[in-house]
Structure formats: C-alpha cells, structure tokens
Design a protein around this ligand. Structure first.
Ligand SMILES: CC(C)(COP(=O)(O)OP(=O)(O)OC[C@H]1O[C@@H](n2cnc3c(N)ncnc32)[C@H](O)[C@@H]1OP(=O)(O)O)[C@@H](O)C(=O)NCCC(=O)NCCS
Length: 152
C-alpha cells in the first residue's frame, strides 16, 4: 500500500468517498459543486492511500490557519469509499500520514476534530483534549494544550 499526495484528476473521487457522511441530504451534483468551491478544501493538501492501483482512503492536511501554531498540522475529512470500509484502510492511511508528517515535514503536533467515536483515533495514539472532540498526536510528552485549534 502506498500513501501519496492526490493528483488533481483524483479530487472528485475523493469528494465522492465522503458523500454519505457529509452530503447532508444534497443531490450528489450539488454536494460535488460545494466541495469544488470550498475555500477550506482549497487551503489543504489531499492525500490518498492506494492499494493495487485503487484509491481506498483519503484525508486532507492543513498546515496554516485555524489557529494551528508553527509546526502544528491538522488532518480532516478522513474517508473510505463505502465498499472498502472495515478493511483497515483509514487506520493505515492515518498511520502512514503520521509517519510522513513527523519524519519528512517536521511536524511536532498533529490535530484532528473527530466526528466519530474517539476510540478510532485513540487506538492510533491520539489523545483527547479535555472534553472536546479535538484530539492530538504528539511525540513530545508535553501537557495537552487547553485550547484546541478551531474546527477544520
Ligand atoms: C470512519 C471511516 C473513515 C473508517 O474507514 P475504514 O477504512 O472503514 O476504517 P478502518 O477499517 O481502518 O477501521 C474501521 C474501524 O472504524 C470504526 N468506525 C467506522 N465508522 C465509525 C463511526 N461512525 N464511529 C466510530 N467508529 C467507526 C469501525 O467500528 C472500526 O472499528 P474496529 O477496528 O474497532 O472494528 C469510514 O467509515 C468513513 O469514511 N466514514 C464516513 C466519513 C467519516 O465519518 N469520517 C470520519 C471523520 S472524523
């Protein structure tokens, strides 16, 4: 399996992966149009997990904005196409993304806002910040921050 940055030609396929979770009653074309116009999505970098030449999971990485301090990154919009779920792909993507950001991009702290049961992320080493839905992965043993970054 391989993690890499998404190509421009793959972005619509990535949006489709999260349609059941974030489509909120929209027709697919309306949802796609909103995704394509999203300033938030345009401010991040999409990564994909590839298995046997198929895109099997994706997530976006933010580096600036949202109150993220220098050296801090955020990941969001983690999704796996419905037909590929429960095969370990999203967990693998997060694990490889952590390696990439901490080892190649001098990341010191990685945040995310969880829309799902936190256990999915705590199993991967993230720690919950207070009673929020924001979780942090850091290699330093520093105390958890009291103020999480804003939602991304
Ligand atoms: C959440 C999601 C990314 C998991 O993808 P996946 O490739 O199936 O994940 P994995 O196979 O690595 O892991 C499956 C685990 O995720 C858990 N999971 C899936 N959906 C979940 C949900 N809504 N709440 C809590 N846990 C969930 C499964 O229970 C399973 O746990 P287990 O390993 O203890 O059995 C996928 O279900 C998805 O795309 N959902 C829609 C988008 C979404 O909600 N993303 C999360 C944003 S925070």
């Amino acid at each position: 399996m391989q993690l890499r940055k998404a190509r421009a030609s793959e972005i619509d396929t990535i949006y489709e992966m999260g349609f059941d979770a974030w489509g909120s009653g929209l027709f697919y074309e309306e949802y796609l149009s909103l995704c394509r116009q999203s300033k938030k999505y345009q401010s991040g970098i999409w990564y994909v997990l590839i298995d046997k030449e198929t895109l099997v999971s994706s997530a976006i990485v933010y580096r600036d904005g949202f109150g993220l301090k220098t050296g801090c990154f955020g990941i969001g919009s983690l999704s796996t196409p419905p037909k590929h779920r429960q095969k370990g792909y999203a967990s693998k993507l997060v694990t490889l993304l952590k390696d990439e950001l901490f080892e190649q991009q001098s990341c010191q702290a990685l945040y995310l806002h969880s829309d799902i049961n936190h256990q999915f992320y705590t199993k991967l080493g993230f720690k919950r910040i207070l009673d929020t839905d924001c979780l942090l992965y850091s290699k330093n043993e520093q105390p958890l921050p009291t103020a999480p970054p804003s939602y991304f």
